[in-house]
Design a protein around this ligand. Structure first.
Ligand code: PRP
Ligand code: ZN
Length: 300
């Protein structure tokens, strides 16, 4: 019998601030893919994995509904969808599994340049236009504010000029959209960055194994980004001080140095970035011949 190959689907943003970084992350996980002519689909050549390129706002629902097994989206849309489709008894059907160091932006309230703002209480009784109604409602509730939320699916930044709202609440990255519309950012609602989400729907063993494998590789890539392999020479007497200075290191390898009884070589993987200051501090306690190398792959 011919069993059809079970492929997993990963949803990514089709064009925007997360697209290149998301594709790059999957490439670094060893996935090779070809992009379809319409640019909406990538076929994994060396693993049974397909990438669906969709609107970022649609990613949480696609993963929750089990159309896709994994997704990379901004916390802004993940949080909003979690509030919209989940309840305390029945949470949204996805889990946030990794936080990624890209797509940094914030959901913020902005006001016309000449509107005064003295904290959340200024919003009392106002109209706030947004594509993030649940996140805004949560913010208002946390601050005990009663205001009208005007839902708009796009072009939120022109709502105050059109007289539809007094404030807007939208995503701010560089701030150029606000500046171009004579708006002033007055209040951060929450900080956002890209996250990996995984469906909670039960998968076949084959698919689950593949999802686990790709997530393990994502974890490896994330660990490597911050990790450095450090090599140095040091007097035996300074070993304790040196170990304390190496950031995020575990069990260094100590190697005898030919021709020296009192000096050793130390090799260690540091799980945090190693800055010039660290090297200067190491040198100050007697270390020499310091070398810091990037780590290419890591599987722990
Ligand atoms: C957001 C937001 C603004 C823009 C802000 O849109 O709606 O339009 O980015 O970025 P800036 O501060 O750098 O100008 P998003 O990328 O989510 O696109 P979408 O609203 O079409 O999904
Ligand atoms: Zn969007």
């Amino acid at each position: 019998m011919n069993i059809p190959e079970q492929r997993i689907q990963i949803a990514l943003q089709k064009s925007g601030r997360l697209t290149d970084h998301s594709l790059d992350l999957l490439s670094r996980c060893g996935l090779k893919f070809t992009r379809s002519r319409d640019q909406l689909f990538c076929y994994g050549e060396n693993m049974p994995i397909d990438i669906l390129l969709v609107r970022d706002d649609d990613i949480p629902a696609l993963v929750s509904d089990d159309v896709c097994d994994l997704g990379i989206a901004g916390l802004n849309v993940v949080h909003e969808k979690r509030l919209q489709i989940g309840t305390d008894e029945q949470p949204a059907m996805f889990d946030q599994v990794y936080s990624l160091d890209f797509g940094h932006c914030r959901l913020a309230i902005a006001a016309p340049k000449d509107t005064e703002y003295c904290g959340p209480s200024t919003l009392q009784g106002s109209r706030i236009a947004t594509s993030y109604p649940a996140s805004v409602a949560e913010f208002l509730q946390q601050h005990g504010i009663d205001a009208d939320i005007v839902y708009l699916s796009g072009a939120v930044e022109i709502a105050t000029r059109l007289g539809r709202a007094d404030f807007i609440c939208d995503l701010v990255c560089t701030g150029s959209t606000l500046a171009a519309n004579q708006l002033r950012e007055v209040q951060t609602v929450f900080e956002s960055n890209a996250v990996v989400i995984q469906t909670r729907a039960p998968l076949s063993q084959t698919k689950q194994d593949l999802v686990d494998r790709i997530l393990q590789r994502v974890n490896g890539v994330l660990q490597v980004q911050e990790s450095k392999y450090v090599m140095l020479h040091a007097p035996r007497s300074a070993l304790k001080e040196i170990a304390a200075l190496l950031p995020g290191s575990e069990s260094p390898t100590i190697i005898p140095l030919e021709g020296f009884d009192d000096k050793v070589a130390i090799h260690v993987v540091c799980r945090e970035n190693v800055f010039w200051e660290t090297l200067e501090n190491l040198k100050a306690v007697g270390a020499s011949s310091l070398l810091v190398l990037p780590v290419e792959k890591m599987l722990v």
